[in-house]
Design a protein around this ligand. Sequence first.
Ligand code: NAD
Ligand code: TYD
Length: 336
Amino acid sequence: MKKMLITGGAGFIGSHFARYALRHLPQFQITVFDALTYAGNRANLSDLEGDPRFKFIHGDVRDKAAVSEAVQGTHYVVHFAAESHVDRSIHNPDAFVTTDVYGTYVMLEACLKAKIERFVHISTDEVYGTIEQGAFTETDPLHPNSPYASSKAGADLMARAYFQTYGLPVVITRGSNTYGSHQYPEKLIPLFVTNALEDKLLPVYGDGHQVRDWLHVMDHVTGIATALLKGEPGQAYNVGGDNERLNIEITKMILKTLGKPESLIRYVTDRPGHDRRYALDTSKLRALGWQPKMDFETALPEVIRWYAQNQDWWQPIKTQHEAYTAFSKAWYEERA
Ligand code: NAD
Ligand code: TYD
């Protein structure tokens, strides 16, 4: 049986991917390697613990010794581990540089030495920057704007360099804004859903007319699995939902679904350097047989219901986690 190491597998997308891999890729033994930062939660994997094909390692991608031990005997690596929140990167970029850029280098170097068969680097559409019209293709130049996007672009280019220079079989995925259950309640959808459930204000940045392409987490996961199994080494693949929405439209959909008033909307000071629009051309991944299956109009209400029914998952984070409360206070007080 082949061994797959999933870094960042205790986070939002990584935990969904680990569950998918255990259920649908029986040829793999799965090891999650995760530092359990504020965004990592071992409980996201609780239903997988005990499966003989599943193992968890508590480790940091910046720790060369721990990484080199973890990749020994591994065939496939799927590298999700990253600091992932744009606003935190604006507030303090430090961990973005050390984890996203340096940590990715540590992973690539260890994987080269261990002669692994495939390294899937999880990048983001944000590396391309903002686009007024049309959609980015994989050969477009990278023009990242936030410290998060720039760190991810550094990692994306380092992954490319390890293919071009050393022949490490790297495949890169660039996913769009992802929504689903178990997303840390600092990102737009879980923050606004949980605020609305508590009758708190929904802080919309600027005019709320920024556009994001929303992708259901299961569509993102199957996109990554397609790139893993069918992608060509050295290539990048866009993973997008073909589902562009204005932020204010999403905000109103959330309020409507929960039966809450639009008076909860607060327009606040915009995010500095805020990208206006993201859009992806996904024909390259579609040519490998993938397509997004989830319909936003039915999937978003289901996701909203998950947060409504799983308050014990997010309430302790919002009230007791210092990493949440301290950042949230500092960031939103500045914008009020
Ligand atoms: P997340 O913040 O929910 O999870 C990140 C995980 O990485 C956590 O479990 C955390 O503990 C772990 N981690 C952080 N630093 C680490 C370190 N130094 N060593 C080991 N583990 C560490 O993130 P997410 O939203 O699930 O995103 C996962 C990946 O997908 C990231 O690389 C992100 O850039 C990318 N991505 C996310 C989106 C999105 O909309 N969420 C879209 C496209 C791409
Ligand atoms: P986010 O979920 O942080 O993802 P990203 O910045 O990676 O796109 O934000 C999605 C959009 O929602 C983005 O345009 C910023 C906006 N936004 C708000 O208007 N208010 C908020 O409180 C947050 C967190 C995001």
